[in-house]
Design a protein around this ligand. Sequence first.
Ligand SMILES: Cc1cc2nc3c(=O)[nH]c(=O)nc-3n(C[C@H](O)[C@H](O)[C@H](O)COP(=O)(O)OP(=O)(O)OC[C@H]3O[C@@H](n4cnc5c(N)ncnc54)[C@H](O)[C@@H]3O)c2cc1C
Length: 426
Amino acid sequence: MRIIVIGGGAAGLMAAIAAKETAADADVVLIEKNDKLGKKIFITGKGRGNLTNAVAIEDFFPQYVTNPRFLYSALYDFTNQDTIELLEAHGCRTKVERGDRVFPVSDHAYSITDALKHSIKKLGVEIRYKTEVKKIELRDGQVRGVVTDRGFLPADAVIVATGGRSYPSTGSTGDGYRFAEEAGLQVTETYPSLVALEVHEPDAYRLKGLSLRNIAIDIRDEDGKSYYRDFGELEFMESGLRGPVIISASAVVTKLVNASDHKKWKLLTVHIDLKPALEDAELDRRLLRDFDTYRNKELRNAFSELLPSQLIPVFTARLAAQGIDINRKVTEVDRETRKKIAGLIRDFSFTIRGTGSFKEAIVTQGGVAVKELNPKTMEAKKVKGLYFAGEVIDVDGYTGGFNMQMAFSTGHLAGKSAAEALNYKY
Ligand SMILES: Cc1cc2nc3c(=O)[nH]c(=O)nc-3n(C[C@H](O)[C@H](O)[C@H](O)COP(=O)(O)OP(=O)(O)OC[C@H]3O[C@@H](n4cnc5c(N)ncnc54)[C@H](O)[C@@H]3O)c2cc1C
């Protein structure tokens, strides 16, 4: 009996391990089109590999933006602790950092792949590199094998772990969506997620490279309805925003603008509070103090204590656009003007024009519709022996190790279920 796993990423590697652990006598073949395994793992967590998160497993569910409930069986079947134990057993020691993020002690993502490869080799999984699956052969509602660029390979079960569309340079080019559609399964629209946000305001380019820490963001539509709030760090790009708070916000923005009402695309605004730690009265006192320090200067030159130097010309230009004379002496600034200045500090806003592309997105939103899969096994309901695992499924999470864990958990469940089904059959 043979189980084929398509894709040597986090999900595929784990699926192959679980299949072979469950059915030692099964012929488990892992097919990867690259000349190495885990090309994407290599770049996760800025090359340090944020492999999972250490929070309690029940606290994982709010961290998935799409279809969290579908993951119930998978996450309990193979938890974050199981991931850590497996990696540690194969030589990848782990540590927990800020935000309960788990990394290899080595600070190198390749330690994760090395450990998974070690396990795979020990178990006796066959790996076929530089082999691309072109088609999955089906007959009478049952998987028969795969057609690769090197010929046909028969199989009793096939696990599709081909990833999404993000960072196509790593090999994730969306082939699994085609395989699913050819098998008659519904695939929901795919969009880039955990990605930069592009903005309308041309002054963003003057802030390119500027990083703002300890700021708060609130993403609201023009009716004032709030969709996402966060606190942390963001960075300006030539025509947009990125950095941790923006990347997380993009998961919600992508969903909003693509899900229903396209009109919202134009209306969503990132409101940045530049000084969230200061209460209104404190902020006013702070302004008064700074204006006293700079009492001989013009207003435009009185923000050096409060704001980063790169931000000041853009900030003061926005004040001027509100009709404030930035060339007047600070001693002449009245309470009403101070209120307007405080207002701009509280709400330094940018309207969202779009998101970055798949080329730079951390994950894909959308994919094989969860209603097509049995959540207890990851098998397609319509096709016997056809399983899906990892990012190819319509599930996506926030940053923090939740996407890797989703790939590991669904991969493990698919591999185990495929092997159990064959054990039962033979
Ligand atoms: C820059 C970046 C940083 C990230 N950082 C983190 C992080 O720190 N923590 C976290 O949890 N998540 C992170 N992610 C997301 C996470 O890496 C992915 O969600 C996860 O790796 C998906 O695993 P997968 O196995 O489903 O797919 P992939 O890793 O995409 O693997 C799919 C594999 O299938 C192969 N393949 C595709 N089609 C075929 C075919 N037809 N034939 C043969 N082989 C094929 C591909 O070559 C590839 O190797 C990051 C992603 C990126 C891009």
